[in-house]
Every structure is written in C-alpha cells, then in structure tokens.
Design a protein around this ligand. Structure first.
Ligand SMILES: NC(=O)c1ccc[n+]([C@@H]2O[C@H](COP(=O)([O-])OP(=O)(O)OC[C@H]3O[C@@H](n4cnc5c(N)ncnc54)[C@H](OP(=O)(O)O)[C@@H]3O)[C@@H](O)[C@H]2O)c1
Length: 285
C-alpha cells in the first residue's frame, strides 16, 4: 500500500485517466480524479474504493482550477505527491481542413491547460517533494503529416517537461513524461468522427487535393493495433513510485518506432514518410 500518498489526475472520465485513477486507487493512493461532469465522477465512484475523490476540473477554466486546488489543499493539509497531467484532445487532419476554433481549443486543453494546472499545484508539490507526470505521445517526438496541430501540442508537452525538470529540481520535484503510442481508448472514435466532420465541412476540391494522405491515415487509425489503457496506468505507477524515476517512459511499439525515426537525418525520415504515404499505392514505385 502507498500510505495514502495524494495524487491528482486530470481527465479521468474515460481512457488512460480513468484506468490510472482506478489503478492507483486500488494500490492505496488517495486519488483526486479530475472530471468535467458530475456523472463521470459518480461512475468512477461505482468502480473505486471508498477513498477516491472525484473533483470537478476543467483545465481550460481558471476558476475550476482554483476550486480544485482549494479542495486538495483543505483536505490534505496542502500536500500533493503526484500530479498526472493526462487531460487531452486530439485532432488528425491536414491543416487546411481544420477550423481555427478547433486548433485554439486543442492548444487550450493540451498546452495552456496543462501549464495552468501545473502552475497552480506547484506550491503543493513543492511541499511534499512530489512528482509531475505529463502524458505525451509519439507525436511529441516526431511530427508527421496529418498531425501538425496535435504534434505541436505534444512537442510542447515535451518542452514543458524538459524545462520544469531542471527548474523544479532544487525543490526535489521530479518531472517525467510518458510517451504513449496507440492506446485503445475513446479518443480513437473521437478522432475518426471529428475527422469525418472536418472533411465533410471542407470544400470538396480542397479535400480532393489531400485524398491520398487522408486515405493513408484513415487506414492507419483503424489498422494499427493499440495497447490497453491499463498498461499505461502501470507505467504511471512506476513513474510515481520508483526511487529514481526516468525522465521519459516509452510505451507501446508506436512510441518506440517514433523515437527511432526521430533520430534519423531529417532528409531521410522526410523521404521515408513521403514514400510510405504517396508511393505506396499499387503500381507506383
Ligand atoms: N489513446 C491514444 O492512442 C493516445 C496516444 C498518445 C497519447 N495519448 C494522450 O493520453 C491522454 C488521454 O487520452 P485518452 O486516449 O485516454 O483519451 P480520452 O479517453 O478521450 O480521454 C481524454 C480525457 O481528457 C478529458 N478532457 C478533455 N478536455 C478537457 C478539459 N478541458 N478539462 C479537463 N479534462 C478534459 C476528457 O474529459 P471529458 O470526457 O469530459 O471530455 C477525458 O477524460 C491525452 O493527453 C492524449 O493526448 C493518447
């Protein structure tokens, strides 16, 4: 048992966040599970032990963040051992087809929201010499076509992790990033429905220009096997409990492949990507 160390996780209604909240709860941590809707908190309570506490937390809303900090501060005496920045959204499409409002929303959740939550909880983490775990992605190591917006946000998550790791070292606050490949969560369905909506709302002649790229990545989302969210939860536990946590954990074959490709000379990886997308059609060399 982890002696009731206090952990706050953002975005625990589904997927990785939910798996992580339930896993850490089972191991004896005192989990504050961030949700945006009361109903999602109630659902978590049905599966959790009596110790898990759902907390309403929208990472794009300053007041919501303040309220969450107040709750954790009041109930724990101001000590937070772990902050798991998990809340995130995804957008996959050629940039020309993505409405600006969606780009701004993604940056607000994945980047500004993560920074705002982290900034608000640093005093509590400092007090308990705690840990920050940022959920990143293979797309935070290698930016591929169709993912310009999402990759920009996850590169930012890597940058924030690198910067804070040294900035918070004097206070013994550790920072790790979890670089995740494909995980079978609700996000995959959201990606496909969002993508369909963006394609249907765009001008047909523009969509046509990207048809090869769209076809390639549609197939990729559907065909590449993902891992279970529970696998990620186990690694998050490792990052929270190991005496010397790694700065970066790579999970799943996708993340490892992205890391390898990112190490290639730029001209070579560009050529490999271009060839895979545009020259892989039957009859082309
Ligand atoms: N699944 C993958 O293949 C994969 C791969 C690499 C990285 N990741 C990363 O892993 C993290 C979790 O993704 P997932 O796959 O578990 O997706 P998911 O099932 O869609 O979960 C996303 C979570 O983020 C929450 N969220 C969205 N906007 C929010 C906001 N403004 N404030 C607070 N919470 C918000 C959602 O809450 P609501 O239900 O209220 O919307 C939900 O709980 C994300 O950062 C994602 O980028 C996922």
């Amino acid at each position: 048992m982890e002696n009731k160390k206090v952990i706050l996780i953002t975005g625990t209604s589904t997927g990785i966040g939910k798996a992580c909240a339930l896993h850490l709860d089972k191991l004896g941590f005192k989990v504050y599970a961030g949700v945006r809707k009361q109903a999602d908190g109630d659902n978590l309570l049905k599966e959790a032990s009596g110790n898990l506490i759902p907390v309403i937390l929208d990472v794009t809303d300053d007041n919501s963040i303040k309220r969450a900090v107040n709750i954790v501060e009041r109930e724990t005496g101001g000590e937070l051992y772990g902050l798991v920045n998990n809340a995130g959204i995804s957008l996959n499409a050629p940039l020309e087809l993505i409405p600006l409002s969606k780009i701004k929303m993604l940056m607000d959740v994945n980047v500004t929201g993560l920074l705002a939550v982290t900034k608000a909880f640093i005093p509590l983490l400092r007090k308990s010499k705690g840990r920050i775990i940022n959920i990143s992605s293979g797309h935070g190591l290698l930016a591929i076509p169709d993912k310009s917006v999402y990759a920009a946000s996850k590169f930012a998550v890597q940058a924030i992790s690198d910067s804070l790791r040294v900035e918070l070292r004097p206070f013994n606050v550790n920072v790790s990033s979890i670089v995740v490949g494909k995980v079978n969560t609700d996000v995959l369905g959201k990606i496909l429905s969002d993508r369909k909506e963006m394609i249907e709302s765009a001008q047909t002649d523009i969509v046509k220009l990207y048809s090869t790229l769209i076809e390639f990545f549609d197939k990729e989302v559907k065909d590449i096997p993902g891992i279970d969210a529970d696998e990620v939860a186990k690694i998050i536990y490792k990052a929270l409990s190991h005496p010397n946590p790694k700065t970066q954990y790579l999970i799943g074959p996708g993340a490892k492949k992205m890391k390898k490709l990112a190490g290639l000379p730029v001209w070579l990886r560009d050529w490999l990507m271009y060839k895979a997308i545009y020259k892989s059609k039957k009859g082309e060399k």
